[in-house]
Design a protein around this ligand. Sequence first.
Ligand code: ADP
Ligand code: MG
Length: 366
Amino acid sequence: MAKKLRVGVVFGGRSGEHEVSLRSAESILKALDKRKYEVVPIGITKQGNWLKAGEAQKLLPGEVISGGSVGLTMVGDPTRSPLLRTDGAGAVAEEKIDVIFPVLHGTYGEDGTIQGLFEMANIPYVGCGVLASAAGMDKVIMKHLFREAGLPMTDFIWFTRRQWESNPKKVIAAVVREIGFPAFVKPANLGSSVGISKVKTKADIEPAIELAAKFDRKILIERGVNAREIEVSVLGNDEPTASLPGEIVTGAEFYDYADKYSAASHSETVIPAKLTAGQIKKVQQMAVRAFQAIDGSGLARADFFLTRDTKELLINEVNTLPGFTSISMYPKMWEASGLPFPALLDRLIELALDRHREKSRNVTSL
Ligand SMILES: Nc1ncnc2c1ncn2[C@@H]1O[C@H](COP(=O)(O)OP(=O)(O)O)[C@@H](O)[C@H]1O
Ligand SMILES: [Mg+2]
């Protein structure tokens, strides 16, 4: 029998989206084909502590990890096995790992930081690299790259927390003059709608900026659009492909945190989205272009607005580690396109190995 590939599934993490990650990880841990893979669960607490398997299981909503209770840590030294097993006495043994599947959302997981650790350790990993992850996390940088790629988007301004603090009147005047109402106020680096407000009057601007400024030093304000929300899954490295689009029909004022994750959510998903053949083709092309604009690899979900009046497609954002429970948009859109969940995981692992092989061709000494 062929040796099984050892897959380290990393979940949890120092992020506001810790709980979302646990749910995604549970689905992935369950669906990975155990005949092909030996799964090594790696849980990270909200404080950043890497857990033993038994403790990692305690983070998860359901019983998915079986056996083993080793402590793990990772080092950025490629001459040794990157995963180190630590036992109670603090002794260290090396743990072989073939590929990492980071199932982390938000800060320290989706933003390029942990990808940097994987690069240092020279270990293949699923998904985008350091640059694409960081660019996909920063909504301002991402918009600059989209603009460079000729992708249409809603008008926006951005400023730093310090600029806001030193001259709030100037910022408010710029919002009124350049953006108007409704406006969306967002921290540049976050996800799951955390810290985002829809602002309808001048008086609402200040509290919305104060909220966003709690989460990030960069604040983005966009013109609100009255639009349908269309999403596309992208998969691949140098030749990415796009899935059939899906649609989010929000029940709330906008697709906010509660609407995304609470049981009482009023939002619905429609897969495939009801669009014309021409719109489908166009949004798929735009999704691939957005993926390439941030130098994506592996996977990403590209999110769009389709304006209700002029039927314009505008790029909203790209998520490099989108929600990944078995009922999340990313895998569901692939399923509707003919790629079931376990096969999608196989493909992502193949792409991780392929990207690592491709990168290994680089000369690192002269
Ligand atoms: N410019 C906008 N016009 C209309 N709705 C918006 C706009 N920006 C954001 N939204 C709403 O807010 C939600 C979250 O914003 P988004 O930028 O996607 O942040 P996140 O990264 O947290 O998902 C969107 O799904 C949409 O419902
Ligand atoms: Mg979004």
